[in-house]
Design a protein around this ligand. Structure first.
Ligand SMILES: NC(=O)c1ccc[n+]([C@@H]2O[C@H](COP(=O)([O-])OP(=O)(O)OC[C@H]3O[C@@H](n4cnc5c(N)ncnc54)[C@H](O)[C@@H]3O)[C@@H](O)[C@H]2O)c1
Length: 283
């Protein structure tokens, strides 16, 4: 994947999990990488391990001013931006009825408003790169949940945000159709990360940081361990980005439920065809 060599990639939520693996994989193919995360100490640890072409930035994507400061910092440090991975995301288990309203706001603010602000701050900079005939690509991390109701869960509010991220990506692609900025949505299946323990980063206004009960953490960690290795997920994602694919799926298991919605839509369309035909004959 030589086309990443010397390009500049910004990754939000890059201190752990999938974002971390993307950072490692991009550094490995010669990209200069901005590791942005709400957890600056972990981001710094990773940047130091990856060498001088990688830098760490504190950025909480729920704070638009921090996203703006990130963009300014990356331009000052690297001079250009070619790939932006809006990857930061949080999840909580539970049904819609059981979801705490403050936590619902948290999911919206990180998973949707955070991506929205990242788009608004970084796409104009990507447009400049495109005008200069450089690579310019915005990548949103969606999920298997972007296509319907996954087999894991319920994490109903999380599922809702990941379906909204697909809508954000599709509308952004249409909005940027006349520009040379590419858009992708990258949809992993289950990946072995710490996503189950996302409340460790929850800001005070949404309920504050909270450690997970030991017994639940052990069960959740064991369930996540059944998922894909994040290094494999990141490599599959970058193959799709390098090939300019809009929809990048990294786990074939998504097939098990992704077709259900189309079947349901087609069934409802068949019903309305019949209903309208019956009404017409009665007129
Ligand atoms: N792990 C999975 O099974 C899976 C599957 C599909 C999609 N995803 C998506 O992948 C993305 C990364 O998740 P992961 O599984 O690597 O989780 P993770 O918890 O291991 O890593 C998430 C990183 O995001 C950071 N973060 C959290 N809130 C932030 C904020 N407000 N601003 C900036 N950074 C923040 C965390 O500090 C952490 O470093 C998420 O968007 C998630 O929804 C994960």
């Amino acid at each position: 994947m030589s086309n990443f060599n010397n390009t500049v990639a910004v990754i939000t939520g890059a201190a752990n999990g999938i974002g971390k693996s993307l950072a490692i994989a991009l550094a490995d193919v010669g990209a200069r990488v901005a590791i942005a995360d709400v957890n600056l100490s972990r981001a710094t640890e990773l940047a130091e391990a990856l060498g001088p072409k990688v830098r760490a930035y504190r950025c909480d994507v729920t704070e638009r001013s921090q996203i703006e400061a990130l963009a300014e910092g990356v331009i000052n440090d690297f001079g250009q931006i070619n790939y932006v991975f809006a990857n930061a995301g949080v999840a909580v288990p539970g049904s819609i009825l059981a979801t705490d309203p403050a936590e619902f706001d948290w999911l919206l603010d990180v998973n949707i408003r955070g991506v929205f602000s990242t788009i608004q701050v970084f796409v104009p900079l990507l447009m400049k790169s495109a005008e200069a005939k450089q690579a310019a690509h915005f990548i949103i991390t969606g999920s298997e949940n972007s296509f319907g109701i996954s087999n894991t869960g319920p994490s109903s509010a999380y599922t809702m945000t990941k379906q909204a991220s697909l809508a954000l990506a599709e509308t952004l692609r249409r909005d940027l159709a006349e520009s040379a900025v590419a858009v992708s949505i990258f949809c992993p299946g289950l990946v072995d990360t710490k996503l189950y323990d996302a409340r460790r980063t929850r800001q005070d206004r949404y309920g504050g940081e909270s450690a997970m009960p030991q017994e639940y953490a052990e069960r959740a960690s064991a369930a996540m361990a059944q998922g894909q290795d994040p290094g494999v997920t990141a490599a599959l994602c970058l193959a799709g980005v390098a090939n300019d694919e809009f929809l990048i799926i990294t786990d074939p298991k998504i097939r098990e439920f992704s077709g259900k919605r189309n079947t349901e839509i087609n069934h409802a369309l068949d019903i309305v065809d019949t209903r309208l035909a019956n009404w017409m004959t009665k007129q």
